[in-house]
Design a binder for this molecule. Structure first.
Ligand SMILES: C[S@@+](CC[C@H](N)C(=O)[O-])C[C@H]1O[C@@H](n2cnc3c(N)ncnc32)[C@H](O)[C@@H]1O
Length: 496
């Protein structure tokens, strides 16, 4: 064993997973004993189970590697509470895979999250003692391939068992995995079929949705979770003629003027119009905050607009395409890099500022302030099923507190007579109406603009009893659904 391997092996513990698969060094510490001071999402994530012993490992084949990466991704999303994309790109080996293998790893992990409740139901009668988290993830990802992705069972079982055998720390679970996965091949379809798709939504989230939107709405929405999501494109020129032209060019459906839909995501950068900057990818629901503003104002051309929390820039592009003079603020430098890229590609201008919105100071006020607030993003589960598994009631309450601070700050930057839009891509009721009610209690200079019509969108019940817009994932059901969004438009009095 090399010096490095000796150092990375936690001392005094010879049995694999004695502690349930948790890292054997102190939380926040590193195997060499020094404290890792980097932020959690900046630390490298190991694709191996954390207490594996590299010196004894057998090299993985590429097929085994894809299974190991998928299982590691599922485990790490659950344990570290980070987005799947962040976890994947931090896994050693992932970025070096060819694009097809990368897509397969992502598909396996996403399908595991989409089918969470059904997979739990499959394993319940098959596993007596809960295995460590990585082993559990390896079993679930293998079952997702067998039951939902059409992978030949012998390949899914063989590669998973081979992958477990290759590492000393997981070798002891290879026989168990082999036996359990063979049962999955025999009985899995029946067991999965007995569980309703709504069980794929974690209980605490499902309960909140059912209380707010009713059981039927949640059942219908859960059917969107198990489907491949479509791809919506927002057109820079949103006229009817241009919308029809792009629908024909791309073989897409018209969802509303300015939005066309392709039935699957594919490689966006290869589509006609991407390089020329004629459109950008954006779910139709995410376009509604700016469309609601347009309805309230009539015309955005020449108005000053502040897009607070702007990255990656979907709404900045919309505002600029409508002729507004846009200032875009976000605190994430890496996400703002995407705003710069996007604005350059679509050939639109905005002043782009990297700052914490709560601390950012300016003498200016704006005709329009759009606060697309940081939120749990549970409304985006069609494209990001991991959001249902890396959020907790604690993260929800932290985000609500942040929203309660950001709203008055955004309001302070609205000119007299100007408009304030609050939006979240969340289905959690706490991240919608109660935030507006709380804000308005202390801001009598603002009033709601209720019941905004959205021309051309064929989704009923979009305006709630308070006049806010609330979209649910099963709207546009036949066409592939839409993200869950909450949107409220308010206006500041001319004189106070
Ligand atoms: C929902 S996303 C915004 C999506 C964006 N409006 C769009 O349409 O593409 C929320 C953004 O808020 C940013 N953010 C979170 N807290 C912030 C803060 N205190 N100040 C500024 N930006 C913040 C995050 O970096 C993230 O980019």
């Amino acid at each position: 064993m090399s010096e490095r391997d000796k150092n990375s092996r936690p001392s005094g513990d010879k049995k694999p997973f004695k502690n349930g698969g948790k890292p054997r060094f102190k939380k926040g510490g590193r195997p060499d004993g020094r404290r890792d001071t980097r932020p959690r999402d900046a630390r490298p994530m190991d694709s191996r189970p954390r207490d594996s012993r590299p010196g004894k490992d057998i090299p993985l084949t590429s097929a085994q590697m894809t299974r190991q990466l998928a299982a590691s991704a599922v485990r790490n999303v659950r344990i570290d509470g980070l987005p799947l994309e962040t976890v994947l790109s931090a896994l050693p080996g992932y970025n070096e895979l060819d694009p097809r293998d990368r897509a397969f790893v992502r598909l396996i992990a996403a399908t595991t999250f989409r089918r969470d409740g059904q997979l739990k139901a499959v394993f319940k009668p098959l596993i007596r003692k809960e295995p460590p988290a990585f082993i559990r993830a390896a079993l679930e990802t293998a079952a997702a391939q067998i039951l939902f992705l059409g992978t030949p069972p012998h390949a899914a079982v063989g590669e998973t068992v081979g992958m477990l055998k290759s590492t000393k720390a997981t070798r002891g679970f290879a026989n168990l995995a082999n036996a359990v996965l063979r049962k999955v091949v025999e009985e899995g379809s029946k067991l999965a079929g007995m569980e309703a798709p709504r069980a794929n939504i974690p209980g605490w989230i499902r309960g909140a949705w059912e209380r707010s939107y009713g059981r039927a709405a949640v059942r219908k929405s859960s059917l969107q979770l198990i489907k491949d999501p479509p791809l919506d494109l927002t057109l820079k020129d949103s006229t009817d003629d241009n919308t029809k032209k792009w629908a024909e060019t791309l073989g897409a459906a018209v969802i509303m003027p300015g939005t066309v839909r392709l039935s699957s995501i594919g490689n966006v950068a290869e589509l006609e119009g991407y390089t020329a900057g004629d459109w950008w990818a954006q779910d139709v629901a995410a376009t509604l905050p700016v469309r609601a503003l347009e309805t309230a104002l009539g015309d955005l051309a020449g108005k000053t607009a502040l897009d607070l929390c702007a990255a990656p820039g979907g709404k900045t592009m919309q505002l600029a395409a409508q002729g507004a003079k846009v200032t875009a603020v976000d605190k994430s430098e890496s996400r703002l890099a995407r705003v710069h890229e996007n604005m350059a590609r679509v050939k639109l201008d905005a002043e782009i500022i990297c700052a914490d919105a709560l601390e950012w100071e300016t003498d200016k006020t704006f005709d329009v302030v759009l606060l697309d607030a940081p939120c749990t993003a549970t409304g985006t589960f069609r494209r990001h099923p991991d959001v249902l598994h890396n959020r907790t009631p604690k993260t929800l309450s932290q985000l609500v507190k942040l929203q309660d601070k950001l709203l008055p700050k955004a309001a302070s930057l609205v000119a007299p007579g100007g408009y304030l839009v609050f939006a979240t891509c969340s289905l959690q009721p706490e991240e919608g109406e109660p935030r507006i009610a709380k804000f308005l209690e202390n801001a009598p200079e603002f009033r709601r603009i209720p019941g905004l019509a959205l021309p051309g969108l064929d989704a009923p019940d979009i305006v709630n009893e308070n006049g806010s817009l609330r979209t649910l994932p099963y709207y546009l059901e036949e066409e592939g659904g839409m993200d869950g969004f909450f949107i409220s438009v308010m206006q500041r009095k001319e004189k106070e």
